[in-house]
Design a protein around this ligand. Sequence first.
Ligand code: RM4
Ligand code: MN
Length: 385
Amino acid sequence: MTDFTTGLTDLAIETPSWAYANSGTRFKVFTQRGVPRDPFEKVADAAQVHAFTGAAPTVALHIPWDRVSDYSVLAAYAAEHGVRLGAINANVFQDDDYLLGSVTNPDPRVRRKATDHLLECVDIMDVTGSRDLKLWFSDGTNYPGQDDLRARQDRLSEAMTEVYARLGDDQRVLLEYKLFEPAFYTTDVPDWGTSFLHCVALGPKAMVCVDTGHHAPGTNIEFIVAMLLRAGRLGAFDFNSRFYADDDLMVGAADPFQLFRIMYEVVRGGGLDPAAGVAFMLDQCHNIEPKIQGQIRSVMNVQEATAKALLVDAEALRAAQDEGDVLAANAVLMDAYDTDVRPRLAAWREQRGLEPDPIAAYKGSGYFDKIAAERVGGAQAGWGA
Ligand code: RM4
Ligand code: MN
């Protein structure tokens, strides 16, 4: 088991470029002051989250949302701001051609176009130095009989095989699953089992991405985490919080206890060790709250859950489990969960030359007033929904 300080120091949380942009629901995208107009401004905002937390050294890009003419310039800009470019998220869900799917579309022309986009994303990774290509497909069907479910799996496999062959030695593909939405009858990668089967068929550089918002209510996510870590296939998390469906709210907001249980299984399975290759990413949108503060709060929530998980007395737990002492074993876990870790986290920050309260420090920095004044004119980045 990892010790407390090493575990916390190893924990690196990647923030998503899209969290800094305007977002909303299918009813309305609200605009906020100071929102980035281009990927450079998104990276600058992500750098603020890292500056105040010391725990968010990378920022994920979404292509084409974050298309730039020269990715080496964006990578250099990130480095100047103290962060690195992280996972490349391929977007094959916002083009009219994808009405009936992207890589599983019945039309070979559309499949070719989607696969070419994925390959282009690997080209971008070569320039940015990103390790991970993250794939989430909105593909699926709305009506029974609409398409052949098995043929769609074959098409998915064909595209993934082509992309996998294009990966460099140190690059990986992360396959994300989601129960439903936007397809409502079948989704082509609806669950971890489907993702896992494709990953195993592809090879060791294919890993499963667990988006915490992509399960049916009541799903035991920590069990999935334990299984994937055990099989060496937990590639990444997309952290967020859900009350109902894919809410994309701040991680740990609805159920901090679930986040603790997930992080306990991560710790238990050695997933905090950087060598395990688990990427801890946020996949969130801040529709009504300030975005940079929302990201800082989210990083802190993951840190708090992790700190509690690291406090679980492994020896006492094992002893209680071996004795079959159900209540004692449960109490060991609850003791850790019930510990107020905020003073320890404040001390950890101070040891690293950071302010103990990142939100207060960010608010006092004047950064928001500066971007609100400077970022006037131009088109704010957003989902365009
Ligand atoms: C999807 C999925 C992907 C993310 C998009 C924005 O639901 O979670 O990870 O790229 O949303
Ligand atoms: Mn996601």
